[in-house]
Unconditional design. Sequence first.
Length: 364
Amino acid sequence: MTSFFLVPTECFRYAKSILCMSPDHAYRYNVWKSACSFFYKCSTRLPIELLDGFEGLLTNVKNCMANRNVELSQLATKAYLALLKRAGHLLCEQFRLAGLTESPIHTPVLTTARSDLFISLIKHLTQNVSTQSTSLPETVVAITGLSHICEISGLLMSSHEFLNVICCVLDRIQSTELNRIKMFSTTSISIDGYDASQLLLATTTIYRVVQFTVLPKINRATNHTDLERAIKITDQLEQLAMQLALLCVELYSFAPVKLSTVLGAAIQSAAEHMTKTELRSTNIWLTGANDFAAQLIYRAVIRCCCHQPIVFAPLQIPATTGSPRQQKVYNPLPDAPITCRDYVPLWQALLGLEQSMVSLMYLI
């Protein structure tokens, strides 16, 4: 049974070599798709020795991300983020195994190769976030990537440098249009449902790292300037998390089933992580995040109440003429009004209701 969970290093090396193939040998991208899918699904088994040459692997994956083939680009994006998450985890493990976190008088140090890798990753991602010409989807990927290496960043970087990076992320997100959702807009500043869900998850991750990694380090250093700045950033992150969560709530009822599932999972995850942060935090200045989940549910209910409770009038299906082959199938869903019933799956997830209670909610 153990062998089922083990992925030989040779498999990763082979998948890496596949991404180096020329387009002539990629068989219409199918081989590249397979390699990206492998890295996405098996990234948690990536051995630490493959961090050597990791930048080259990421470069090849990013080339696939930029490919015009939509399926390949999507798989490569998933693989890219999964690999970044694994790299962040492995670097954190190395840092902690060194035992340097036990003594605040020592400067955290990784091997030269690992330090160079971290510097390269943080520089590339920060540049993508701060560049205004970067498209919103690319910016979301960069911010998500930063959240994956956020913990090791908080451990290795000085508090001042780390807070500068977080300020860059905040400025970039807040420069987008969060107040109104334009589902079918083509402007680069509009946020769709998937981007909103990813930004929400990234924001809550960064918030947690600031609370449990950066603030304690600032306290040990007794740096009052950085402490005041960190408290302000913490408050901004919490407000942004609430704003993004409510954004996901507003998009939920308009989204197709697959996207609504993603939105619901992001909202639930944000509520759970923010609540755990509140319970574990010992910071006496943590007042803004008090009962995040309760505030989120209250504000979400207010937004749901803007819709009709239930629709009793039957839908008017237009009369059709001609042969059955000439008749078009009428789909009433795009014209159907949004009601409270559309939010039932979301409330079931947030409130932890059993399936037997759902039928009662449909009667409201």
